[in-house]
Design a protein around this ligand. Structure first.
Ligand code: GLN
Length: 279
């Protein structure tokens, strides 16, 4: 059994039992490689471990800072990534984007991929770890995000397959790619006050917000400039915000992309869009 005090700290601060349980599981695994079944098998936490967890939970419930930022790590596609206040916490929806790009990557002998707005690097790093023929170039405007992505690449021992470029979109990009992938900022700034505290106050604004009404400014910029950076048969792949699929599809069609595919997430939201171009 968990310590009742862990659960109670959450419940006393208006978190649900489900949230409490999943976050406690997460912290136990991240910090001490400890699984719930270990408790059932009679394994005990050392007092210093319990004290550490108690401290983390206290910060979590009193500040609403996301648990991943408190412990500085998150899981994505089954692996560990370092995160901090300069990087968006990887979301499960983004794993769908990785799955789609992985399957596209099989069409190329030595797939060369550009990730725009790489953040923690969770997308390109996961791609490389699933398909070691992939080479990825990772672009971000934030130096500290790039440093975090690099730290993750070092941690996962894949620095050879990867290059980091400080760039605002394509500004400092000079090569061509088989696939350009991006999970750009897509929340319209007018929605800021409707977000949960964890997102609004702790995820980096640079990673979240678009400043046009529909939240599609980055898709538009990427789509319109992408042709000079794509090989003759190539793909664009994006994660989308709610209700953006139709607008992004229109932009893709206007720019001569075809074979457009839209993938829904676990909540039936149109979340991923993929399109092909024959340059
Ligand atoms: N590529 C990173 C991710 O998907 C960061 C995306 C972003 O900051 N908008 O998590």
């Amino acid at each position: 059994m968990y310590r009742k005090s862990f659960i109670d700290s959450y419940l006393n601060n208006n978190f649900s039992f489900e949230e409490a349980k999943s976050e406690i599981d997460f912290v136990l695994e991240v910090l001490f490689d400890f699984k719930y079944k270990d408790f059932l098998l009679g394994k005990m936490l050392e007092p210093w471990q319990a004290a550490k967890i108690e401290k983390v939970i206290k910060e979590r419930v009193s500040t609403r800072k996301p648990i991943q930022q408190i412990v500085g790590q998150a899981f994505f596609f089954g692996r560990r990534f370092f995160v901090n206040k300069s990087t968006l916490i990887p979301r499960p929806e983004t794993e769908l984007l990785v799955e789609e790009v992985l399957s596209l990557s099989k069409e190329f002998e030595q797939p060369k991929i550009l990730d725009i707005g790489t953040g923690s690097g969770c997308i390109p790093l996961s791609l490389i770890m699933e398909n070691n023929k992939i080479t990825a170039h990772c672009v971000d405007v934030s130096i500290s995000a790039l440093e975090t992505a690099k730290k993750n690449a070092l941690f996962h021992n894949i620095l050879n397959n990867i290059k980091f470029i400080k760039s605002n979109l394509f500004e400092n990009v000079n090569e061509k790619y088989d696939i350009i992938v991006s999970n750009p900022p897509y929340i319209p700034i007018k929605e800021k006050d409707n977000l949960e505290i964890e997102v609004r106050d702790y995820d980096p604004a640079l990673a979240l917000f678009a400043y046009d009404d529909l939240g599609i400014e980055f898709y538009k910029k990427i789509i319109e400039s992408s042709k000079g950076y794509l090989n003759s048969k190539a793909y664009l792949a994006f994660e989308l915000g709610i209700n953006q699929a139709c607008y992004v599809k229109e932009l893709l069609e206007k720019n001569n992309f075809n074979e457009i595919k839209i993938v829904k997430d676990f909540n039936s939201i149109e979340r991923i869009i993929i399109a092909k171009i024959d340059n």
